[in-house]
Ligand binder design. Structure first.
Ligand SMILES: NC(=O)c1ccc[n+]([C@@H]2O[C@H](COP(=O)([O-])OP(=O)(O)OC[C@H]3O[C@@H](n4cnc5c(N)ncnc54)[C@H](OP(=O)(O)O)[C@@H]3O)[C@@H](O)[C@H]2O)c1
Length: 249
């Protein structure tokens, strides 16, 4: 039997990459799925790709009012939510000496405040039991030059998951983290780096991955499905690394 039959899920940042792969897998497993993204073109494209059991919504996770509107719409269309995958994120690599207000604020706004608003606004429409999964990164386990602000926002996400686990388990809500290593997704094309700089970074990253390759979004999606489903019913506050051994070996 499909593992998410009868369940409803919200996936923020579901228009491309890990979020989109997870939306496809959740649909295959019988869920109804809502995805969000901030780019209207990508939202429309992903919505058309996912079909009738999915809703695609343009909403910026860093806006509390836009996420509140998402909750109102999902209450109306789904009746409530069983699963939240708070996954939307951006990465803006920069040497620490050059980090400016824009670099700091934009990554905090999307990667950290975005997770806060997503969960806070959806709490009133959560069914019990429910599962919440937050996307962090393997880079919270190790230092990688140029990623100071990004890694710090994701460390904040990891910390939030522990606190929320403690606060919400009494209401039947499990909170866990998924921490991808280098995964082949469009995020690298959105970093504003030259092709040459990207190539150089990819080489450095690959040298640090025992598996010797980038991961695929579908490989992360399978781990998210595990945390979303009842298969992980006794797991909470966990940080599941999907990183080709990068942090642990
Ligand atoms: N790929 C990796 O190597 C890797 C490694 C570790 C962690 N991660 C994390 O995994 C998550 C997914 O990333 P990905 O690799 O799948 O990259 P991706 O393909 O760029 O996906 C990011 C998603 O987040 C959405 N998003 C960005 N800003 C948003 C905003 N303000 N409001 C709503 N949605 C927003 C994007 O939509 P738009 O394009 O429309 O903005 C897109 O759907 C991120 O949190 C990322 O930090 C990725």
């Amino acid at each position: 039997m499909a593992r998410l039959t009868g369940k409803t899920a919200l996936i923020t940042g579901g228009t491309t990459g890990i979020g989109l792969a997870t939306a496809k897998l959740f649909l295959q497993e019988g869920a109804r799925v809502a995805i969000t993204g901030q780019d209207v073109g990508r939202v429309t494209e992903a919505g058309a790709m996912l079909g009738a059991n999915a809703i695609a919504i343009r909403a910026d996770v860093s806006s509390a009012s836009e996420m509140a509107a998402v909750a109102v719409r999902l209450k109306k269309e789904f009746g409530g939510l069983d699963i939240i995958f708070a996954n939307a994120g951006i990465a803006k690599p920069m040497q620490f000496a050059d980090v400016d207000e824009e670099n700091i604020n934009s990554q905090i706004d999307v990667n950290f405040k975005g997770v806060i608003y997503t969960i806070q606004k959806m709490l009133p429409i959560l069914h019990k039991p429910a599962s919440i999964i937050l996307t962090s990164t393997t880079l919270t386990e190790q230092g990688f030059a140029g990623m100071s602000m990004y890694s710090a926002t994701k460390a904040a996400v990891r910390s939030l998951a522990r606190t929320l686990s403690a606060e919400l388990i009494g209401q039947g809500v499990r909170v866990n983290v998924i921490s991808p290593g280098p995964i082949e997704t469009p995020i690298y094309g959105k970093m504003g780096m030259s092709a040459e700089a990207l190539q150089q970074m990819a080489g450095m990253v690959l040298g640090a991955v025992p598996a010797g390759r980038f991961g695929q979004a579908e490989e992360v999606a399978k781990a998210v499905l595990f945390l979303a489903s009842d298969d992980s019913s006794y797991i909470l506050g966990e940080d599941l690394l999907v990183d080709g051994g990068m942090a642990m070996i």
